[in-house]
Design a protein around this ligand. Structure first.
Ligand SMILES: O=P(O)(O)OC[C@@]1(O)O[C@H](CO)[C@@H](O)[C@@H]1O
Length: 402
């Protein structure tokens, strides 16, 4: 046990959860603006049959009336959602914790498209057309070709470039492109508000060759550089194994599922130059079990990581280190609460069973470990630095290892 960490946790009372009902808040804009746009986008992306279009229209009505209806009685996971949603379902979307209500929205969207039904839409990813267009697009060609430029760098510079590639890859988030924010809004990326990169490399050096859990976020333009980073760790003896955690079902628009990983592996393996070499090594690593794929159901639960089930906790505990990608994983790691920004990351994540490092561009109000002065200065710029994806953080803790 780490007694300093325990003391810090005891001195850090939990902040209130982020809710959607605060006028002018980012969370409110997600319910009022983003969700209706997403439903319409999904409705047009595939030739849905009349029953599915009616179901999508019903969901749009639910979102517009701002009343959360229960899942269909036949839902395979109805009991779990009824339990998680006790006292919530029937109420307004915006009055519930943001994390909870957003997760429920994506669950309901899958229901409306027939993803879990017995009909022909079963297992059809409603975000598949968006993901495919991104993966086939010219931006990906350019980003893969740019890997050749890392040949001219020193080993340390190359490692840093691959880490930053994975970090800033988190700007590419198709849920934000739907409403023209983060990465799609023409805002320039500016900087890191927290840089625990030295801690990350020190941990990797101390633990090598380490068993790493890499908890992925978005498919396509984010997952490709994540895979390239995983290849770097494996190929340079920093990792003996990488367990890549993804979502079991489509979620938050572009979140990676197992089929998205396979699509990215094929894209990499077919690429020329260094990208193709990384692809070939990752292909072999998958075949011989050094790169493994996990899709735990908790990855789509409406809950923070503090509430993770024992088997998943055991997986993180058995790893030497966990790397958490993206904004949603950060929200779940820190409880999606209105912490004062200077609240120490180690205290908030002290429940996590091992060293953990978050790589995230800032796309929501969840924020810890940022000195008060930095937050005040950035607030004074009048820019939406907390939510627009222009800023990023590498934030870590050695966790309960001492
Ligand atoms: O996890 P990611 O892809 O980095 O971000 C997920 C996200 O876009 O979804 C929410 C809005 O729907 C935001 O909280 C967050 O920015």
């Amino acid at each position: 046990m780490n007694h300093d960490l325990d003391a810090a946790r005891d001195e850090t009372p939990a902040a209130a959860p982020i809710l959607g009902n605060v006028p002018g808040s980012y969370a409110l804009s997600v319910f009022r603006e983003r969700h209706p746009v997403l439903i319409k986008q999904v409705r047009e992306a595939l030739p849905y049959t009349p029953d599915r279009r009616r179901a999508l229209d019903r969901l749009l009505g639910e979102v517009e009336r701002d009343v959360m209806e229960p899942l269909e009685p036949s839902a395979h996971d109805g009991a779990a959602w009824a339990e998680w949603g006790r006292g919530k379902i029937g109420g307004r979307w915006v009055d519930q914790p943001f994390l909870w209500a957003e997760s429920y929205f994506y669950r309901k969207l899958l229901e409306a498209t027939g993803y879990f039904g017995d009909g022909p839409w079963r297992g059809v990813d409603p975000f598949g057309p968006l993901k495919q267009a991104e993966l086939d697009g010219p931006d990906v060609d350019g980003e893969l070709a740019a890997l050749d430029e890392t040949a001219a760098l020193s080993p340390d510079e190359r490692a840093e470039a691959l880490l930053l590639g994975s970090l800033w890859g988190n700007r590419a988030d198709l849920s934000h492109s739907a409403t023209g924010t983060a990465g799609g809004g023409g805002e320039r990326a500016t900087g890191l508000v927290v840089d625990d990169g030295p801690l990350l490399w020190a941990l990797l050096g101390d633990l090598a060759p380490a068993r790493i859990c890499l908890v992925a976020d978005n498919a396509g333009r984010e997952l490709l550089p994540d895979l390239v980073l995983a290849d770097h760790l494996l190929a340079h003896g920093l990792a003996s194994e990488v367990a890549l955690h993804v979502k079991p079902v489509p979620y938050f628009v572009s979140d990676a599922t197992p089929s998205d990983v396979l699509a990215c592996l094929r894209r990499l393996a077919a690429a020329p130059g260094r990208a193709g070499e990384a692809g070939a090594r990752l292909w072999a690593a998958t075949e011989d079990g050094r790169l493994t794929l996990r899709a735990h159901p908790f990855a789509c639960a409406p809950l923070p990581y503090e509430d993770m089930p024992g088997d998943l906790r055991g997986e993180f505990a058995a790893a030497d280190m966990t790397i958490m990608k993206g904004d949603l994983n950060y929200r779940r790691l820190t409880g999606d609460r209105m912490w004062p920004p200077a609240t120490p990351f180690a205290a908030v994540t002290g429940y996590f069973p091992g060293p953990v490092v978050a790589l995230r561009t800032l796309k929501s109000d969840a924020l810890v470990g940022v000195p008060e002065r930095t937050a005040t200065e950035l607030d004074a710029t009048g820019r939406s630095w907390r939510t627009s994806g222009t800023h990023a953080m590498i934030q870590g803790s050695r966790g309960q290892t001492a």
